[in-house]
Design a protein around this ligand. Structure first.
Ligand code: NAP
Length: 339
């Protein structure tokens, strides 16, 4: 197996999950940028030496997991596939390609067999946190509209995003008076990853700006959900917001269905759905939070309510560890299906 982007936020988690799930690997080749070449990564009690990205690393490999930027995946995933490896790609490079299956194992595992281009894509981590419970409910009631608001962690922007949050938080802690007096903005400034300060702030823009004022993350939620669920006309609208959380993406979901929904039945469907953990007793302070979901392999769903004015609509809040669900875990689950 070749792991491209082994030193990044998702790649590090892939190594951890391969160990935790005892995934059978004869040889694991970690690949990263030239600045990491020669670095040692711990794996199963030994050291793996990071190598650079070149065609020969894929020779003889049956599986290549890509945890790098869209640009690098676009260039190198086909090279890996041509060398005979099945590629599992976590970037957005191939997600909307009609010859590339977009897979959430709990929903459409059947699509991993014989991918036409030798490439299987995994969805955006926010899409996964939302589509798992929506798909579970869709088995009973046909979903026809989703209105979403996301609460996305800094690690969704990779390791540099986490470092920016951490550095700004430390600066703010050193200047408590400025923070108390409402002058935190004088102490912490935006960085390379987030234009505005991410510590002590929320930023209602994730990804790049696209048509009609939407961002790339908002459009991914729409298009990827349609593809995964096989519902090309599903109406999806979203506002994506970055929050000062290290790991764990939250999504507030308003889901409209074709007929009246039963709260009790919705809870039962979610409770029995694979990969979902109900956290739905608000009176007992039982609801999903990022800290609860971090390092866990479940998508937590709670605050489930019927719309006050529409008996065909449900509200709920869903949270999952963005580095695992919809990223590293998703990829390892796909690899398990392939073997
Ligand atoms: N973070 C998430 O929550 C999340 C969730 C789902 C999907 N994704 C997607 O997964 C991919 C990886 O994201 P991430 O968050 O793990 O990013 P990241 O933390 O920034 O890691 C990027 C990785 O790419 C490597 N890299 C950079 N330039 C390279 C080059 N020229 N050749 C080879 N390797 C190179 C880096 O190596 P160095 O360490 O040497 O720089 C690092 O291992 C992205 O496409 C992202 O959109 C991320």
């Amino acid at each position: 197996m070749v792991l491209v982007g082994a030193t990044g936020a998702v790649g590090t988690e892939v190594l951890r999950i391969l160990e935790q799930r005892d995934f059978p690997v004869d040889e694991l080749v970690p690949v990263a940028s030239p600045r990491s070449v020669g670095r040692k990564l711990r794996f199963r009690g030994g050291d793996l030496e990071v190598v650079g990205l070149q065609q020969k690393v894929f020779e003889g490999a049956d599986l290549a997991v890509f945890d790098v930027s869209e640009e690098l995946s676009l260039e190198w995933a086909p090279v890996a596939a041509e060398s005979g490896a099945v590629v599992i790609d976590k970037s957005a490079a191939f997600r909307m390609d009609i010859d590339v299956p977009l897979v959430v194992p709990e929903i459409n595992a059947d699509q991993v067999r014989n991918p036409p281009k030798g490439i299987i894509a995994t969805p955006n981590c926010t899409t996964t946190a939302m589509v798992m419970p929506v798909a579970a409910l869709h088995r009973k009631w046909t979903v026809n509209r989703l209105v979403l608001a996301t609460y996305q962690a800094a690690s969704g922007s990779g390791q540099p995003g986490v470092e920016e949050l951490w550095e700004q938080t430390q600066l703010a802690v050193k200047e408590p008076d400025a923070v108390r007096e409402g002058r935190a903005g004088d102490v912490i400034k935006g960085g390379d990853t987030f234009v505005h300060p991410i510590a002590l702030n929320v930023i209602p823009k994730c990804g790049s700006v696209k048509d009609d004022g939407y961002t790339s993350e908002e459009l991914k939620l729409c298009h990827e959900t349609r593809k995964i669920m096989g519902l090309p006309d599903l109406k999806v609208t979203a506002t994506c917001v970055r929050v000062p959380v290290v790991t764990g993406h939250g999504v507030a979901v308003h889901a409209e269905f074709d007929s009246a929904v039963s709260l009790e039945h919705a809870r039962a469907l979610l409770a029995e759905a694979p990969g979902i953990e109900l956290a739905d007793d608000v009176g007992a302070h039982d609801y999903p939070t990022p800290l609860r979901a971090t390092t866990q392999d479940a998508c937590y769903v709670g605050r489930i309510r019927r719309d006050l004015f529409d008996d065909r609509a449900l509200e709920f809040f869903s949270v999952s560890d963005n580095l695992r669900i919809g990223a590293a875990l998703n990829a390892v689950q796909i690899a398990e299906l392939l073997i």
